[in-house]
Design a binder for this molecule. Structure first.
Ligand SMILES: C[S@@+](CC[C@H](N)C(=O)[O-])C[C@H]1O[C@@H](n2cnc3c(N)ncnc32)[C@H](O)[C@@H]1O
Length: 199
């Protein structure tokens, strides 16, 4: 799997573009600047956007090619991010964040469950988990707009509630959106958007 991502990110173009995800941007634009963790952040479009607003950004991904593209993007925008090459199965950090953002961070269930269980620990009191991910309908509708083909790797609303039982739910919606994100997320997409707060 890692080889697939390294090969995708080894291409010249940015797989998901250089602009932030629309829902992520909407949410971040409405918050005071703080400190953010972006797991599975790939080529860094969301990390670099947050840094351009003044956020203190930590990102990670298991793809070294993703890191290289993200640092290239950060340099081109004149911003700094901290970016670790790490598998979510092993990632840990002794810091806390105002926001953790899971943007299309689709992981195998065993890795996902263990990592998600650590997210509340990464959040400051009142900190937010912001997520946009593909829902099972993306697979059922056979959408060509991206995402895993394995239903165990997508999210429905109940899965968020089950895996983040301690977070207060602020937004939990499943909807169909028009995606226009680089080479690989284009056209109608069935997604779940979730915002939960550590109380
Ligand atoms: C669809 S991309 C999303 C990238 C980025 N968040 C964005 O929105 O542009 C999914 C990312 O998950 C990463 N990933 C998959 N499995 C991982 C794992 N076990 N640990 C860390 N990253 C992983 C991939 O390398 C890839 O960058």
């Amino acid at each position: 799997m890692k080889e697939m991502w390294n090969s995708r990110y080894g291409e010249l173009q940015f797989a998901y573009g250089t602009e932030p995800n629309v829902f992520f941007k909407e949410q971040i634009d409405a918050l005071p600047v703080g400190k953010i963790l972006l797991p599975s952040e790939g080529e860094g479009r969301n990390a670099v956007y947050a840094a351009s607003l003044g956020w203190d950004v930590v990102a990670f991904d298991f793809s070294a090619e993703g890191k290289q593209k993200a640092l290239q993007l950060a340099e081109s925008q004149g911003v700094t991010i901290r970016y670790f090459v790490s598998d979510a199965a092993e990632f840990d950090i002794d810091e806390t964040f105002d926001v953790v953002a899971l943007i299309y961070a689709h992981l195998p269930p065993s890795v996902r469950k263990a990592f998600n269980a650590k997210i509340p620990k990464f959040l400051k009191p009142n900190g937010l988990l912001i997520a946009e991910v593909f829902s099972p309908n993306q697979i059922l509708n056979n959408r060509p707009s991206g995402g895993p083909k394995d239903v165990s790797m997508v999210y429905d609303i109940d899965l968020f509630k089950t895996e983040f039982p301690t977070l207060k739910v602020l937004i939990a919606e499943e909807l169909t959106v028009e995606l226009s994100e680089g080479l690989y997320h284009n056209g109608l997409g069935d997604v779940v958007r979730f915002v939960g707060q550590k109380v």
